[in-house]
Design a protein around this ligand. Structure first.
Ligand code: XUL
Length: 530
């Protein structure tokens, strides 16, 4: 491989798709490809990449679908004549919290992968629990209570692990598996996150969990970045052995397995750098290096996050994770489960079904919606914690209404989502000086304008909307550089040549004043529902 001809591959195994972004050493994106689970792999019958259980709380994805997606992605890349031989390092991103259960002998199947057969056909029988619970699952309330009572309450769990016990956090999902699918749990040789599972596919071996994604499990000591004995013991017997090690996110997971060399022409030198969660990768992709550099990612879920030097975990909201590009740093994050899909549902039901019509509805309504506030809870919500689904509409006097004029619904869904992020983000130290908007809806000018007005700060958007996949590319380069130097290289050095970001919205003083004036009204309505 020529030193000046190297490429870095970032994969993003998200809820709905598996994407690839490739960049050169000058940080320029040179290739992208993607596989959509619903449309490219219809045989799995997913909706938005998931299956909803009959209880309304359980949400899973067929684990083998993610394997089939990698088969298909590599096939698409080969058809595009992508030059795999130039890839110096691969890293990746996985939807956070989801868990993968490999049965005894799984490691042999990974080690023994041979080109000529698909990954899917070689790994189909490897899972002790074939459906992976994912981040949208909220069926583990009981297990959360058990963890909190074992560790001395919600704040104690937050102080130790960075977050109070959350239904979607992996430890509570594993506890439920132990309690309800005992045989599957016992048969598990290794339990991986989506991120470490995808990396394991590439290395052909079980790879460690990185500290940043490991922070989303309610099992890791946030400060020492090791498994917390009390949390592990309170979750399930024999768990530590099934989880393997935790390593810094920039670690080399291993060389790419010969399967990929034989199948597509990767070289022996190609390194796999530990994969991490999608939110940590987005932090890297957006190069959020100073406190006050905040991003809001508008995806399936909406998240607000930024870097922090010292963590102050809260039992009432948000999460603190280990920082994915600074082994001594942290990041804070607030996550709202009802994001893009909810906005799209409201658009389809009340605003003509197109973004153009939605924008027009926003243009016909004033900032602050004349005091009308709506909570659109299609999925049980994390922030604010509203487990009861439905639409809750209120007028300026706080009276509950059954319906709004349709234009008011369009504005209310966007405003309440941002007001919630403002209120809950500030509670854990996320006070933006400027906001980087990312994810699908970050290209929608009306939505970023409302964001800017709610927070009263400028909003920027990168040229590259797929920040998690891009962050995985940056981390592939970062990990490769750290390995070459045999020392930690500051991430700022890795990304110093990255393209400048564009300002896309400037706050309007009058609109911001309208939002500031309605904060108490918003808080009171939210409080009445929680
Ligand atoms: C984060 C979370 C979601 C998923 C989405 O805590 O649950 O953002 O990571 O992929």
């Amino acid at each position: 491989m020529q030193e000046n001809d190297m490429l870095f591959l970032g994969l993003d195994s998200s809820t709905q798709s598996l994407k690839a972004i490739v960049m050169d050493q000058g940080l320029k994106v040179v290739y992208t490809a993607s596989v959509n689970f619903d449309t490219d792999l219809p045989e799995f019958g997913t909706e938005g990449g998931v299956h909803h259980g009959p209880d309304g709380l359980t949400v899973t994805s067929p684990t083998i679908m993610w394997v089939a997606a990698l088969d298909l992605l590599l096939k698409k890349m080969a058809e595009d004549r992508f030059d795999f031989a130039k890839v110096a390092a691969v890293s990746g991103s996985g939807q956070q919290h989801g868990s993968v259960y490999l049965k005894k002998g799984g490691i042999k199947a990974l080690n023994g992968l041979t080109a000529g057969n698909s990954l899917r056909s070689q790994l189909e029988e490897c899972f002790s629990i074939p459906d992976s619970p994912i981040w949208m699952d909220s069926s583990t309330g009981q297990q959360c209570k058990m963890l909190e009572s074992a560790l001395g309450g919600a704040q104690a769990v937050a102080d130790l692990t960075g977050s109070r016990a959350y239904e979607r956090f992996t430890g509570n999902q594993i506890a439920k598996m132990f309690q309800t699918k005992r045989q599957g749990y016992e048969d598990s040789e290794r339990i991986l996150l989506v991120s470490s599972f995808m990396a394991s596919l590439l290395v052909g071996d079980y790879v460690p969990i990185d500290a940043s994604d490991g922070s989303g499990m309610n099992l890791m000591d946030l400060r020492s970045k090791t498994w917390n004995r009390q949390a592990i013991d309170a979750t399930a017997p024999g768990l530590e052995q099934k989880l393997g090690q935790i390593v810094p996110s920039h670690s080399v997971a291993g060389p790419i397995h010969s399967y990929y060399r034989d199948l597509c022409g990767f070289t022996r030198d190609c390194l796999v750098i530990c994969f991490s969660g999608d939110n940590p990768n987005s932090l890297a992709g957006l190069r959020l290096q100073r406190a006050g550099d905040i991003a809001i990612s508008l995806g399936t879920s909406d998240t607000m996050f930024g870097s922090l030097a010292s963590p102050t975990p809260s039992a009432s909201e948000g999460h603190i994770f280990a920082n994915p590009v600074d082994p001594n740093g942290y990041m804070a994050m607030v996550c709202q489960k009802n994001g893009s899909l909810t906005r799209e549902r409201v658009r389809d039901e009340f605003a003509g079904g197109t973004w153009d019509a939605f924008d027009k509805a926003l243009a016909r309504t004033p900032a602050g919606n004349n005091g009308n506030v709506g909570f659109y809870i299609d999925e049980p919500e994390i922030t604010p914690p509203l487990l009861q689904t439905g639409v809750f509409r209120f007028d300026a006097s706080g009276t509950r209404l059954d319906s709004f004029a349709p234009d008011l619904d369009a504005r209310a869904v966007v405003e309440s989502q941002f007001l919630s992020l403002l209120v809950h983000g500030s509670n854990i130290g996320l006070k933006p000086a400027g906001i980087l908007a990312t994810g699908g809806a970050s290209t929608n000018k009306s939505i970023t304008t409302i964001m800017s007005n709610v927070f009263g700060v400028p909003v920027y958007a990168g040229e590259q909307p797929d920040s998690a996949a891009l962050g995985a590319c940056y981390r592939a380069l970062h990990g490769w550089q750290c390995n070459a130097a045999q020392a930690f290289v500051p991430f700022a050095d890795t990304v110093k040549g990255a393209p400048k970001i564009q300002q896309v919205a400037t706050p309007n003083a009058a609109a911001h004043a309208a939002y500031s004036a309605m904060l108490d009204h918003y808080r009171a309505l939210e409080g009445s529902l929680v």
